[in-house]
Design a protein around this ligand. Structure first.
Ligand SMILES: O=C(NC/C=C/[C@H]1O[C@@H](n2cnc3cncnc32)[C@H](O)[C@@H]1O)c1cc([N+](=O)[O-])cc(O)c1O
Ligand SMILES: [Mg+2]
Length: 214
């Protein structure tokens, strides 16, 4: 049977990227998605904004919701200081298997813990299972109707502290209207919109950076 797109993406990484070189993994995926097959990675343009937010924050504890093939996992993990940890949640076993291999090819497995399961099941278990007190940075890029409930769940589980930064992908396309309305109107967040484009296209999209005020 025909291979899947994530399988073809992994083959491209293994063929064109250099083991242990995260930038070459990122470039190989971006080239494939721009010239061969579009895929829902945050991409190079929004990825540069993601890079700048992570670099400025220098987070120790990072949570990513929605690993997919591991593109943004690699983008974030490559910028983390020694000892910093990224936990990424992915409930599709096939995607998780691909992402593990992409992350390993980039040589970042020591900084990344890929957990196979649903965010709503694992967010409440972060403290007792991973010994996490609070997260410094959260990247939201999973099903768009989960952004708001999972954000409220993180609040309720005490996983956000004064200054925790949430960065949400796709706030315009496909769009997350309920999440945007919440973080922009809640007194518990200071929110900023970074205008950009949907990965590998000319359509408008953007990232929303929301700082939890405690
Ligand atoms: O739909 C999009 N993203 C959804 C991403 C979903 C990914 O997160 C996982 N997931 C979902 N809920 C989960 C809960 N827990 C764990 N993993 C979960 C899914 O198994 C998938 O790997 C999207 C769509 C477009 N687009 O142009 O159409 C562009 C984008 O950049 C996008 O991110
Ligand atoms: Mg996205």
């Amino acid at each position: 049977t025909r291979s899947t797109r994530p399988q073809r993406l992994l083959k491209v990484v293994q063929k064109h990227a250099t083991r242990g070189d995260p930038q070459s993994v990122i470039s190989a995926i971006d080239h494939f998605c721009r010239h061969s097959e579009w895929a829902m990675n945050v991409g190079d343009e929004k990825g540069s904004i993601l890079d700048s937010v992570v670099s400025e924050l220098n987070p120790e504890k990072v949570l990513e919701l929605g690993t997919y093939c591991g593109y943004s996992t690699v983008r974030i993990a490559r910028l983390l200081p020694p000892g910093a940890r990224l936990i990424t949640l992915e409930f599709n076993a096939d995607y998780a298997a691909i992402a593990r291999q992409v992350i390993a090819w980039a040589g970042l497995e020591d900084k990344v813990q890929l957990v196979e399961g649903a965010s709503e099941d694992w967010i409440p278990r972060m403290k007792e299972h991973f010994g996490i007190e609070t997260f410094d940075f959260v990247f939201l890029d999973h099903w768009k109707d989960r952004y708001l409930p999972d954000t409220k769940l993180m609040e309720d589980c005490g996983l956000l502290r004064k200054g925790t930064v949430l960065l949400a992908d796709n706030v315009i396309c496909p769009g997350v209207p309920d999440y945007l309305e919440y973080v922009r109107n809640s007194l518990s967040y200071k929110s900023y919109y970074f205008k950009s484009h949907l990965e590998y296209t000319k359509a408008e999209d953007g990232l929303e950076k929301s700082v939890f005020l405690g």
